[in-house]
Design a protein around this ligand. Structure first.
Ligand SMILES: [Zn+2]
Length: 69
């Protein structure tokens, strides 16, 4: 499975709902899913071609600031 730079992955746990913004491309070994720190799998949303990366980055920052830790 490829994890591409610029993607946002969403945690499937409704009590967590955290999301990560991929800042560097990487590859997950063995075809396993990316996992959140809570242990739930993370899913890759549909990404439109020509996505405005500035908008995504701004949104990611807002979500980071809003997430309770
Ligand atoms: Zn989670």
């Amino acid at each position: 499975m490829d994890i591409r730079k610029g993607q946002r992955w969403h945690c499937q746990n409704p009590k967590c709902r955290s999301e990560i913004f991929v800042s560097a491309s990487s590859r997950v070994q063995g075809g396993s899913n990316l996992r959140c720190s809570c242990g739930e799998i993370m899913k890759k949303p549909y990404v439109r071609p020509g996505l405005n990366t500035f908008e995504s980055a701004k949104e990611a920052h807002r979500n980071l600031a809003a997430s309770p830790r």
